[in-house]
Unconditional design. Structure first.
Length: 448
């Protein structure tokens, strides 16, 4: 039972009206007592104290209450409130509570931008995780270019491979009681097969196979989005792939006023995405919580290819640390195009990844004499190679992504006092000490 007074929407509206009415004279007569009437009128648009006044506008019912958009908006409101209560319940510290509420807002910003702002006629690729919004177990060493589409129409995707070691294209679709599901997929090998010597390629997402050259994916009607993943081994060396999408054919999306049904569907999609992403600390491989400091394996297909890359093999752990403790993680790296180890908070957030060592790739680590890699997971710099930072948290997640394998030996984890890290680790290759990553000019998001 939650503490405090619980009231329905109607009671809350009446309460706010009474409160605002009792304070309205004070607000207008006292707060602005020293201000001329003309100034009050001219500056009312910029006054932050108007919320109580706004709460008096309208009544308990509106002639528009039956709109599907209104019902979806209320679903979003309810979702945010319930998620807030979940965060305050699940947090074990003040810092976790603060960051948990921030996490909800990040998911809301990301989902709103994805669902509300898109234009099926002129679809524009956007970054699912902006450089200061790395949340939802996103990979800091990857770029997620995504765009909503409508499977009733045809599209042409054109692009340039850049020099990244790996990329894939996933087409997602609607699914009952799920945020989405994978309906089509093109792996790195297939994409490169259709690219020219200059690195440019064309992919048709259409109902019928076109006569024009290029790769083709038959687009099912339930298709609702495209996600392109590209993995970056070195942000100073690699040049990002670039993409553009356009609606083609005679049957084009309408550009008239948005309908009640469409906006309602978009708001509901926003609410669903916020709820799904904000609950991953409970739902994504939940057995991790019962087995702290032990990696749990899963394939991308098992997790769900709409959220995970189909060719990835994941090993994840829920880490726990005490004061003045570190985790030593020993890992035997496979021979694959890409792998990395990332730390995340309990809310699956990996912020400041361009300036702090929250993630290391195969190109950034220092290896030991036998070719293995030893990571040190700690809050403070241990003065040794391959430091993974925890930002003061005593618990969170470690995510190991490996491309192109279906199994691999689990990393060995040891929880030890920091004082036991007295001897330098042997190594044969340079690297492993974090250097803030710079964004080269190649990371400008221009068209191909």
């Amino acid at each position: 039972m939650r503490k405090g007074i619980r009231m329905n929407a109607k009671t809350a509206k009446i309460f706010r009206w009474l409160l605002a009415s009792s304070e309205l004279l004070i607000w207008t007569g006292v707060a602005f007592a020293e201000e001329p009437a003309d100034k009050r009128r001219d500056e009312a648009w910029n006054d932050t104290r108007v919320l109580d006044w706004v709460s008096t506008i309208g009544g308990d019912e509106s002639r528009f209450d039956a709109l599907a958009t209104v019902r979806s908006f209320e679903l979003l409101q309810r979702s945010l409130e319930e998620l807030k209560q979940m965060v305050l319940h699940d947090a074990t510290s003040k810092q976790e509570a603060i960051e948990g509420l921030r996490m909800i807002l990040k998911h809301l910003a990301m989902s709103t931008h994805d669902s509300i702002d898109n234009d099926f006629m002129n679809p524009l690729f956007e970054k699912g995780d902006t450089r200061n919004r790395d949340v939802g177990a996103y990979n800091p060493d990857a770029e997620y270019d995504q765009v909503p589409i409508d499977g009733r129409y045809d599209y042409k995707l054109s692009g340039h491979l850049g020099s990244v070691p790996y990329l894939s294209i996933t087409v997602n679709g609607s699914a009952e009681n799920r945020q989405s599901r994978m309906v089509a997929y093109l792996d790195d090998t297939a994409i490169r097969k259709h690219a020219g010597a200059d690195g440019r390629f064309t992919l048709w997402l259409t109902q019928q196979k076109p006569a024009e050259p290029g790769a083709w994916i038959r687009l099912p009607r339930e298709a609702n989005g495209v996600v392109i993943r590209q993995y970056v081994a070195s942000r100073e060396r690699d040049t990002l792939a670039r993409f553009a999408l356009e609606a083609v054919g005679k049957n084009r999306p309408a550009v008239d006023q948005i309908t009640d049904e469409e906006l309602a569907a978009r708001i509901a999609k926003t609410a669903n995405a916020v709820v799904v992403g904000s609950t991953w600390h409970r739902t994504l491989l939940p057995e991790m919580l019962q087995r702290p400091n032990e990696f749990v394996a899963a394939t991308g297909a098992a997790i769900g290819a709409s959220a995970a890359n189909s060719e990835n093999y994941y090993q994840m752990a829920h880490y726990q640390l005490g004061p003045d403790e570190v985790l030593v993680v020993d890992f035997e790296p496979p021979k694959t195009p890409f792998w990395n180890l990332t730390s995340a908070t309990i809310w699956h957030e990996s912020h400041r990844f361009l300036t702090d060592p929250v993630s290391l790739t195969l190109d950034e680590v220092a290896k030991q004499a036998d070719g293995s890699v030893r990571f040190i997971v700690a809050d403070r710099d241990p003065g040794q190679p391959n430091w993974i930072k925890t930002f003061g948290h005593t618990r969170g997640f470690l995510i190991l992504r490996i491309v192109g394998v279906t199994s691999h030996p689990q990393p060995v984890v040891r929880r030890i006092p920091v004082r036991d890290l007295s001897e330098p680790l042997a190594r044969t290759e340079a690297g492993g000490h974090h250097v803030p990553r710079r964004l080269p000019a190649a990371f400008q998001e221009d068209k191909p």
